[in-house]
Design a protein around this ligand. Structure first.
Ligand code: ADP
Ligand code: ZN
Ligand code: ZN
Length: 746
């Protein structure tokens, strides 16, 4: 008995429709010409679209004579292998995002748009055996072909080991591609492709491998033993090490083992953690090819790194969130640095967590995944407690460094000098006098977070958002940090015409200016999103800091993560009080993580570090207990609070977010949705509520929060809401989206 041939090709395309589409092979083709995981061009509606083949089948729900035919195959092999497609399916189900859009999102932009996989590889041509044996006269009626064939014959005879010539070279000698293709058709010559990366390609680096490996301390040795032991099977390990404890060194040693087994290593870092300094540590350690993924790459650079990883030519892959989708030949380990970092969660489209996706990927590939952090998320702690993750702890700083001394400076009723207390100023003074560097952490970029009328209290507001505008200097303007709206600074109050306008509060620009006045003989280095605009700017600033001269660094959280500044001994934190009182239930956790990271920059070498925290809340219980017992000491308190209020990680959560152009529309639609909803006993639904910033970038926002002890019930409820929404008639301009395991809940 023979089974029916599988001649239906199942294709997904980037579309909001939650289904695949069936097609027939083109005339003369069979299903095998369209491997699962390869791309095809298919007619869809009146357009042609790029799709990915996800399966072959003998049956279709569409009548055979209604089925359309595939226009063309774009790849002769699977661009997405079995595991990557499985990952796409998992993401689509878990995050409730259409499969086609999810799968297409796994590809770099160029490929998603139907571009050639080998667009950036160089073609090489060489004569075949058949060609060599050909009688000279056989093609003398095609002189161009004869000339090219002779050229390649000559090359093969004279230059045994380099029988192939690049197409570029042949072009320069006057031979054309059509001529080559004609000879290829007759099997007289053949082509091969080789990686061709332009020399200015930022995304592929060849490591030097010439640095000196420090001798590991006993904690690091134990950590590496545990990690080595996990190689070859799936396991999630939390590497919890205080700042400066040498976690990166542990990663480097683990990667060493993986490379020795001819495997690849993937390292994910937070968005602001992927600095030239981070990359340099890998380049200095390993003399292998390193692929780098970040948002500043152009399409060409991204594709070059992607193909190099896929073909196993790049041994180490380092990147931010979306690098988790990079295909590999033989992956041996995934490392996620600062696993608690917010930037691992995508905040639009498919709202995935790169950390959680990486864990699923590791499970499919049967390899270990290492979550590193000085301040792990409570979710990860909960998984450690439930024995789902292993736990490795580094309690001491590496080398000779000691943890910094932390002091709370009570600034209630104190006269401040443009935001600085006397104690902070004299500490900076002393640090500079000792030839060291000081860092000032300010939570806000720009000059002043508020422009206010002293006569009537009017404040400059964004017209598009429920938010105040921030005053910037050089160029001087008012900017919205939520929608990037910009406008000139008014000379008069818009309400009472008074010209008595006050610049209220501290931004990095103002703090840098104040410090320049106070310490005119010292270099002030400002690091925030505005000062690091140019491609090379950040690198130059870091270099200046690393020269080690006495200087003052001023910056936002861009300065907080991953940096290792040897001469930095003092950290002054101007104002973090707000974060301890935000209505977002994760805010205290996030604020204390940030504080720990910022404080952790002080005293990472031989000098003792000192941290001054200016606060109006010196008696705040969390702040006090953090000061005494560090982040590790307060996690039990934070956990207890979450448990009491039944919040993650003690419950599962999803948010249905909606927004509309007209006020009240999003709220109304969610109300209608809820009215027709069949409630599920295992889920709690809160809302609809307007978000704290109800209007943002001109859109009015509302949301439903869904909580459940049971993941299955939560997903069932979300699914039901989606089905309802897809059946509803929605007002124009209305948008909705699902956020599973939301990070920001306000
Ligand atoms: P973390 O990632 O935990 O913050 P790093 O890996 O950046 O810490 O290490 C902090 C500093 O200590 C770096 O300069 C690193 O080179 C150094 N270091 C790490 N391990 C050792 C060691 N075993 N001996 C001496 N110095 C070390
Ligand atoms: Zn006024
Ligand atoms: Zn705005």
């Amino acid at each position: 008995m023979s089974t029916a041939p599988a001649q239906i090709i199942q294709v997904v395309i980037a579309s909001p429709l939650r289904q695949h589409f069936d097609y027939l092979p083109a005339a003369g083709q069979i299903a095998e010409n369209y491997p699962v995981g390869s791309r095809v061009q298919v007619p869809f509606g009146r357009r042609n679209m790029t799709g990915v083949v996800i399966g072959h089948s003998a049956l279709s729900t569409i009548a055979a004579d209604k089925l359309k035919t595939i226009k063309q195959s774009l790849d002769s092999f699977a661009l997405l292998n079995h595991d990557m497609l499985a990952l796409g399916r998992w993401m689509s189900q878990y995050y409730h995002h259409p499969l086609g859009d999810t799968v297409l999102n796994l590809l770099p932009n160029t490929l998603r748009k139907g571009g050639l996989y080998d667009a950036y590889t160089q073609q090489y041509w060489q004569i075949t055996q058949h060609g060599s044996g050909l009688n000279e006269e056989a093609i003398n009626r095609a002189p161009k072909q004869q000339s090219l064939l002779n050229r390649l014959r000559e090359q093969a005879t004279n230059n045994d080991s380099h029988a192939a010539i690049s197409e570029q070279q042949l072009k320069a000698e006057g031979h054309s591609r059509p001529t080559a293709l004609a000879l290829e058709k007759k099997a007289l010559i053949t082509r091969s492709s080789q990686g061709y990366y332009p020399s200015d390609c930022q995304s592929l680096l060849l490591g030097q491998g010439d640095d000196i490996r420090p001798t590991l301390n006993t904690e690091q040795i134990d950590a590496n033993q545990l990690i080595d032991h996990s190689l070859g099977s799936f396991e999630t390990l939390l590497l919890e090490g205080i700042t400066g404890s040498g976690k990166t060194e542990v990663y480097l040693r683990a990667i060493e083992k993986v490379l020795a087994q001819q495997q690849q290593a993937m390292v994910l870092v937070p968005e602001i953690g992927l600095t030239p300094q981070t990359i340099q540590r890998f380049v200095a350690r390993f003399s292998v090819s390193i692929a780098i993924f970040h948002s500043g790459l152009n399409d060409r650079e991204r594709l070059a790194a992607w193909t190099a990883s896929k073909e196993g030519k790049a041994s180490i892959i380092i990147g931010t969130r979306s690098a988790v989708f990079t295909p590999t030949q033989n992956l041996g380990i995934i490392i996620i640095d600062e696993e608690h970092d917010n930037s691992y969660k995508q905040q639009d489209g498919i709202r995935y967590s790169a950390r959680d996706v990486a864990i699923i990927l590791a499970q499919k590939q049967k390899i270990p995944v290492i979550l590193g952090s000085a301040t792990p998320s409570l979710e990860t702690y909960a998984n450690v407690k439930a024995n789902k993750y292993g736990h490795i702890v580094l309690k001491n700083r590496a080398g000779n460094a000691k943890p910094p001394k932390i002091e709370l400076v009570d600034i209630r009723r104190l006269a401040l000098h443009q935001g600085f207390s006397d104690q902070s100023i004299s500490a900076i003074n002393q640090t500079l006098a000792e030839g060291k560097q000081a860092m000032v952490f300010v939570n806000r970029r720009g000059f002043a977070p508020l422009l206010m009328c002293h006569d009537c209290g009017w404040q400059a507001q964004c017209g598009q958002c429920d938010a105040r505008l921030t005053l910037h200097q050089r160029p001087e303007n008012l900017r919205c940090h939520h929608c990037d709206f910009r406008t000139a600074v008014p000379s008069h109050c818009q309400q009472c015409q008074s010209n008595n306008l006050l610049k209220v509060g501290q931004g990095t620009q103002r703090s840098a200016e104040t410090l320049a006045d106070l310490f005119p003989r010292h270099e002030i280095i400002r690091i925030d999103r505005d000062s690091t605009q140019g491609k090379k700017a950040m690198g130059a600033q870091i270099e200046a800091i690393n020269r080690g001269h006495p200087a003052i660094l001023v910056g936002t959280q861009m300065l907080a993560k991953g940096h290792h500044f040897a001469a930095l001994s003092l950290v002054v934190i101007l104002d973090i009080d707000q974060g301890l009182y935000s209505p977002d239930f994760r805010s205290a956790e996030k604020t204390l993580q940030l504080l720990t990271q910022v404080a952790g920059r002080a005293g990472r070498s031989d000098t003792m570090g000192r941290v001054l925290i200016q606060t109006h809340l010196p008696d705040h219980p969390l702040l006090m207990s953090w000061q005494q017992h560090s982040y590790q000491g307060i996690k039990a308190t934070l956990m207890a609070e979450r448990e009491l209020y039944s919040l993650p990680p003690f419950t599962h959560m999803a948010i249905l977010r909606a927004d509309s152009l007209k006020p009240q529309q999003a709220m109304q639609a969610l109300n209608d949705l809820l009215r027709d909803h069949n409630a599920n006993n295992y889920c709690q639904i809160l809302g609809p509520l307007a978000t704290i910033m109800e209007k943002r970038a001109g859109r009015h926002r509302a949301q439903l929060v869904i909580k459940s002890q049971q993941r299955k019930a939560l997903h069932g409820t979300v699914k039901q809401f989606i089905q309802q929404l897809e059946a509803m008639k929605l007002p124009s301009g209305f948008r909705w989206g699902v956020d599973i395991d939301p990070q920001d809940v306000i």
